[in-house]
Write a protein of this length. Structure first.
Length: 740
């Protein structure tokens, strides 16, 4: 029978040639701290682990399994290379049988997160290096269920909603007379089907379960189990089990997502896997807490961005009834060349092979914002190959992709995948929040047969900043909350949107960032990086999505309230809310989701504010002050920026945008301009006007934004420059020859 041993200790060194080794616990990352503190200077290198191995069992074959090693792992037995794996998020294995027979009891693993051809290379999150997921020593009999099929279990279950089932099993070193036996166990633990066939290297078992209980999302996530045994002369040699579910789904361009024949609007969140002071080296308890918070907010779908997540989290989502979008890290910057292209194919193949059986997964994502560096024929060809690969490997699910705002509606990419989504940040990086609905309406009107969704949207909130008059890019909890309230109202009015995904459920590390008074972090989460505090926007979603009765007083961290700042907002999924201050009833509001009590009377000093609805109650302590507290206002991140912007309003500039050959323009990439001495001087001089609050971290984010055209980067940064200012910058660039 199969034996597994989890390896929990290793020796780690950044300088193995110097004998500088330290004992570490597995999983492990070397970027837990420097990957979250800002400066775009976290350690990216090739570092070494030494893994002690257990004694081998007689007559068994030995394998080593890695569930995540970022980006490239090279495994050695002594000085001999056992194998290399390229891709930081998927499971891979190597056989150790011969090496252990020759006396090997330790492996050396070189893990490398340096820039290379392996995706991702440019993105707005930290690429944590290390053996950051489980490492397992596996022993199996000579004949066993194949361990070398792209990191999969070796079992692929294809169910139909009507009860039909096909099980494909791949076996190694079988003999005549061996049998493959598959038991299907229902959600209550009862055997409901037994299939037995002669074993072959590729064994197919087929049968039918009458009237199966459907995997029905959050309502009833009924999971079946397939238990596969390899049997010889009545003895079970090897066994593996996998969870699956019976369900059907479809997407309609006018009515959105359907699950098992009924309308089931997907209202979801996106998730990055890292945590404060842990990076990607997180525990099962961490995964469970993440899912619990997602369940609490009331989401029914998760976009697992921007890479393959831990197998345990997919298991949790199966049992919780979450509909998943799973994707590979083909993101931001397209890298030309065969090796990079092959890496996208490899990562997609492994994603599907390793997660084929999960009933929670309905969509395979082939890319995210991959046109940041522009469109090209090689890019389109790479995307076509990935889309075709998805359909070939798994005809039962739909392909999708997430497009960046700047990609025109007319792009041929938008006709590629089965369903489509856009990442839009109107109301944060650019424009106003009320531009989101009209954009999607325009797309839907132009392409009425295309299924369109919202793959990302969000606004940042850094705890500590507050305002009674929230506005774009002020980083207050209050702006984040009203932004998300507006987005939810927009979604309610547009049933054609097949899915919507908040960016993001949790704050996450982005070491190049320095904005909002926070270094090294993207603060768009509904929950803080350490998962300790739920921001006000969390409760906006809970009011819209959750069935769990609650009331919540917003602005509880906005403690000091001057006159004009004493409006109280309550979020609830009840039909009425009563507000009391110091035990005195102020009034009752009737409505849905959001209950606003304008400028309530405060006593001097501290006030106990209570919101009630039936037996539900929430309390906050707020303090009356005479003047607005300046500590709640984010200091100006770009002093002088307004003056520079206003200067453009006073200049005299005429003509139209021109793009002369051999000279720079706003259509050239930020990096190409920055690499030219005169261009760099211009960017430095006008950076605050061009890039607003992002000017401070532009140099650190050059890896991702450098490939953008300048006009696109200006748009993304939410610059306040008008057309005259843009024309002036373009004319200045037109004076700089590209060969200077």
């Amino acid at each position: 029978m199969r034996l597994t041993t989890l390896l929990t200790r290793a020796l780690f060194s950044k300088a193995p040639q110097e004998g500088d080794w330290q004992v570490v616990s597995l999983p492990h990352t070397w970027n837990a701290f420097d990957g979250q503190d800002g400066g775009a200077d976290y350690s990216r290198g090739q570092f070494a682990y030494r893994l002690p191995l257990p004694e081998p069992s007689a007559g068994m074959r030995q394998y080593i399994q890695f569930e995540g090693a970022n980006h490239i792992a090279s495994v050695y037995v002594g000085e001999t290379l056992l194998g290399v794996h390229e891709g930081g998020f998927s499971t891979f294995r190597f056989e150790l049988t011969q090496a252990m027979a020759e006396g090997c009891r330790e492996l050396t693993v070189l893990v490398d997160n340096r820039p290379s051809h392996v995706y991702p290379q440019q993105a707005d999150f930290t690429f944590f290096g290390g053996l950051y997921r489980n490492v397992t020593f596996i022993e199996v009999p000579q004949a066993h269920i194949d361990l070398m099929r792209r990191g999969s279990s070796g079992i692929f279950v294809t169910p139909q909603a009507g009860g039909e089932i096909r099980v494909d099993v791949f076996l190694d070193s079988i003999q005549d007379g061996d049998q493959a036996v598959c038991r299907i166990v229902d959600p209550d633990g009862k055997d409901v089907l037994l299939l037995t066939v002669p074993a072959a290297e590729h064994t197919v078992l087929e049968g039918k379960i009458p009237a199966p209980r459907l995997w029905d999302g959050r309502e009833d996530p009924a999971c079946y189990t397939a238990r596969l045994e390899l049997v010889r002369d009545g003895e079970v040699l090897d066994n593996v089990e996998t969870v699956f579910g019976f369900r059907s789904f479809s997407v309609d361009p006018d009515r959105g997502f359907f699950l098992n024949g009924r309308s089931y609007p997907l209202r979801g969140v996106s998730r990055h896997q890292d945590r404060l002071d842990k990076g990607w080296a997180i525990s099962r308890a961490d995964h469970e807490e993440d899912l619990s918070l997602i369940e609490e907010v009331g989401a029914n779908s998760i976009r697992l961005a921007h890479y393959q997540h831990d197998a345990y989290f997919y298991d949790l989502c199966d049992r919780a009834g979450m509909v998943l979008w799973a994707e590979i890290p083909f993101i931001s910057l397209f890298m030309e060349g065969q090796k990079a292209r092959e890496n996208t194919v490899s990562q997609m193949t492994e994603l599907i092979a390793q997660n084929y059986n999960h009933p929670s997964i309905c969509f395979w994502g082939i890319s995210n914002e991959i046109t940041i560096g522009g469109e090209s024929a090689p890019l389109l060809d790479n995307l076509r190959e990935l889309n075709d690969l998805v359909h070939r490997l798994d005809p039962s699910r739909l392909s999708t992709m997430a497009q960046v705002t700047m990609l025109p509606m007319e792009s041929p990419q938008n006709q590629l995948t089965d369903v489509l989504s856009y990442n839009h940040y109107f109301g944060w990086y650019i424009g106003s929040v009320d531009q989101n609905g009209p954009w999607f309406d325009a797309f839907h009107a132009k392409y009425p047969q295309r299924c369109i969704g919202v793959s990302e949207y969000g606004a940042e909130a850094v705890l500590g900043w507050h305002s009674s008059e929230p506005k774009v890019r002020d980083y207050t909890e209050e702006y984040q909350a009203v932004y998300h309230q507006a987005m939810l109202e927009m979604f309610d009015a547009r049933p054609y949107l097949w899915s919507t995904y908040v960016w993001n459920m949790f704050d996450f590390a982005a070491d190049a960032r320095d904005e909002g008074g926070s270094r090294g972090r993207n603060n768009k989460g509904l929950v803080t990086y350490d998962r300790k505090l739920k921001k006000d926007a969390f409760f906006v979603y809970k009011a819209w999505w959750s069935k769990e009765p609650f009331v919540y007083i917003a602005g509880r961290r906005f403690v000091n309230r001057a006159p004009g700042q004493r409006t109280i907002t309550v979020y609830s999924n009840q039909k009425s809310v009563t507000l009391l201050v110091n035990g005195k009833e102020i009034g009752t509001q009737h409505g849905e989701h959001v209950f606003v009590f304008p400028e309530v009377p405060f006593a001097e000093g501290h006030n106990t504010v209570t919101a009630k609805s039936g037996s539900l109650e929430d309390t906050a302590i707020l303090r009356a002050v005479e003047e607005p507290d300046p500590e709640y206002v984010l200091p100006d991140q770009n002093p002088g920026a307004e003056g520079v912007t206003n200067w453009f309003a006073d200049i005299q500039v005429h003509g139209e945008l021109e793009f002369p050959e051999g000279y720079f323009s706003i259509r050239d990439s930020v990096k190409s301009i920055a690499d030219n001495p005169e261009g760099a001087k211009l960017l430095e001089e006008y950076g605050s006007a061009l890039f607003g609050t992002m000017a401070k971290s532009l140099r650190n984010m050059m890896g991702m934004m450098g490939s953008m055209q300048l006009d696109q980067a200006i748009q993304l940064a939410g610059s306040k420059l008008d057309e005259k200012g843009i024309l002036y910058i373009n004319q200045m660039l037109n004076k700089i020859p590209k060969n200077s």
